[in-house]
Write a protein that binds this ligand. Sequence first.
Ligand SMILES: NC(=O)c1ccc[n+]([C@@H]2O[C@H](COP(=O)([O-])OP(=O)(O)OC[C@H]3O[C@@H](n4cnc5c(N)ncnc54)[C@H](O)[C@@H]3O)[C@@H](O)[C@H]2O)c1
Length: 339
Amino acid sequence: MTNFLITGGAGFIGHHLAKYLLGMDEKVTIYDSFSDYYSPYLKWRNARDVEDLGGTIVEGNILSKKQLVKAIHKNKIETVIHLAAQPGVRYSTENPEMALRINVEGTSNVLSVSRENDVRKAVITSSSSVFGATQYMPMDEEHSTEPISFYGVSKLTSEKLVTVCNHLYPEFDTTILRPFTVVGARQRPDMAINIFISRVLNRETINIFGNGNQTRDWTHVGNIVQAFHLAATMPKAKHQIFNVGAGTRISVNEVLAIVAEVTDIEPILEYSEMNKADVKDTFADIGKAKRLLGYHPKKTIYDAVEDFTQYWEDVNYGKLLASEKLIEREFSSAEIFSP
Ligand SMILES: NC(=O)c1ccc[n+]([C@@H]2O[C@H](COP(=O)([O-])OP(=O)(O)OC[C@H]3O[C@@H](n4cnc5c(N)ncnc54)[C@H](O)[C@@H]3O)[C@@H](O)[C@H]2O)c1
């Protein structure tokens, strides 16, 4: 049994990963600031589910080394999986300083605190946004990295911090994962599948940036959590970078057709100009992850659309958001650090 700390563990990917690791009899502490980029209530809800399965919640900020050290010591952490971030490609256009501070300074803190406090392994989350304009497809790990968003720059810079760390401290075991568009239940409210399904179920118009022919490697979160577990445990992962996608490329229009089929509602669409910070296509070459990690994604975008629709209906998502201010944070074992 390994003691894991998941930064950003109350978020979309983080809480799925926490549940997956707990299901494998690992010990899990989630470390999250419950930032208000989107509803903290949704994050507390995720965290409460992790706690119900035996995980520990720590409210802490990756910008505070002191809080990180305390969480690592108190929970005897052996492996850190770093997911906490300021996400959002478009948000980073308006708020570059947020992306840079949290994703660069925060990652630097996570790396140095982990290394200096006997953590054996750190898995750092980058993004397919580091690539920028597509030079060829599918994109392998050697594809040029010329980000076209501040978010992409922040993730590429965090990768460089890991590279320097590997050079200076070769004994410290790190791995970088670059997830491609992650989809599934509880996806962030700023992401396409969440927006498409929520709007369709509310009979609202969906605004599509571009003509809908742009493609993504939509990756079910169930595949991604496996990749994180493999990256954290396979010796061959040491000091490596992996692209983690589904290894398929599906257009926005094709996804909208899946949404229509699953919900049995025809979407109302409106098209506008493509956002300059968005890349046209992404398509992961996952050969390296298959070879070195034994990563074999099985779940599809269709599964993700079904899962999100089911989740939306189960929790009555629209009403839940409207009533979020009324919900108190209640955690029996939560540790609340002062800011
Ligand atoms: N979702 C995707 O498609 C995708 C794709 C590529 C990479 N990623 C990366 O995966 C990671 C998780 O993404 P997600 O979609 O689950 O996002 P998310 O916003 O749901 O999760 C991120 C979590 O980090 C927490 N956080 C933010 N700032 C923090 C801080 N200063 N200290 C501590 N916690 C903080 C947030 O409260 C949130 O719970 C991020 O690093 C993101 O950049 C996501």
